[in-house]
Design a protein around this ligand. Structure first.
Ligand code: PXP
Length: 238
């Protein structure tokens, strides 16, 4: 399973103060150095974390760039200029803290089919971020999608709440969706709420090509780096 590291929350920290640091692009560089296979960044309509300039710099520095975005005309135009390797289409609500659910592809084939075609003409792969649902998988295929990223958020929440029955049930839905997606010829990615602990059931599953992980990695990086940061400041002021 490959790992795409989502660096949005480094940009969240920067935007909190708007003083230019920490740099999500430098975080991406460090992630790649540590073995990440690619970088994901979500350009939101309200630009609350990642900015256009970050995406342009990432394009110049990262070999496998996945741009997460909602299908807004302005963002589509930007994406077609920047040319990421992959676009992951997600739903987006202004007030949400993070992407809350999967995209409704079924019923919106007329909207997504020409869009996927435009991306394909520019050599960009299209991934649909969806719930583990057969109708959504079929719709993603019908629209010409290359990849489906299954939303693991419900499973992650059940795991966090120690609701074993709900976690098991959601895992079964996910595993069955992986099979269906594979059968119709879609590549399988997973993402949302994944951690060192809850990723274990997915380990070794040959159907999963990639996991996209952000929040947990950025949180872990903050805690793992705390001692070094304090030692460095102590050294300086001693
Ligand atoms: N995949 C998609 C499509 C997402 O929207 C997100 C959240 O930005 C992630 C993966 C990463 O989720 P998390 O930050 O919970 O690891």
């Amino acid at each position: 399973m490959k790992l795409s590291v989502n660096i949005d929350h480094v940009a969240t920290l920067r935007e909190q103060r708007k003083e230019g640091f920490p740099s999500p692009v430098f975080a991406a560089f460090l992630a790649i150095q540590a073995g990440a296979d690619g970088i994901t960044a979500h350009l939101r309509e309200d630009r609350r974390h990642t900015q256009d300039e970050d995406i342009m710099l990432l394009r110049q520095t990262v070999r496998r760039l996945n741009l997460e975005m909602a299908a807004y005309p302005e963002i589509i135009d930007f994406a077609l200029k920047v040319l990421p390797d992959q676009i992951t289409l997600v739903p987006e609500k202004r007030e949400e803290l993070t992407t809350e659910g999967g995209l409704a592809v079924a019923g919106n084939e007329d909207k997504f089919t020409p869009l996927v075609k435009r991306f394909k003409q520019k050599g960009i792969l299209t991934s649909f971020f969806i719930e583990p649902d057969t109708d959504e998988i079929k719709a993603a295929k019908q629209c010409g999608g290359d990849i489906v990223e299954f939303h693991t958020g419900k499973y992650a929440t059940a795991f966090l709440n120690k609701d074993t029955a709900a976690a098991e049930e959601e895992l079964e839905r996910l595993f069955s969706a992986f099979e269906t997606a594979h059968e119709v010829g879609l590549r399988v990615h997973i993402g949302h709420g994944l951690t060192l602990e809850n990723i274990k059931p997915f380990k070794g599953n040959a159907l999963i090509e990639e996991a996209s992980i952000g929040h947990f990695l950025i949180c872990d990086a903050v805690l793992e780096g705390m001692q070094t940061a304090v030692y460095k400041m102590r050294e300086e002021i001693l």
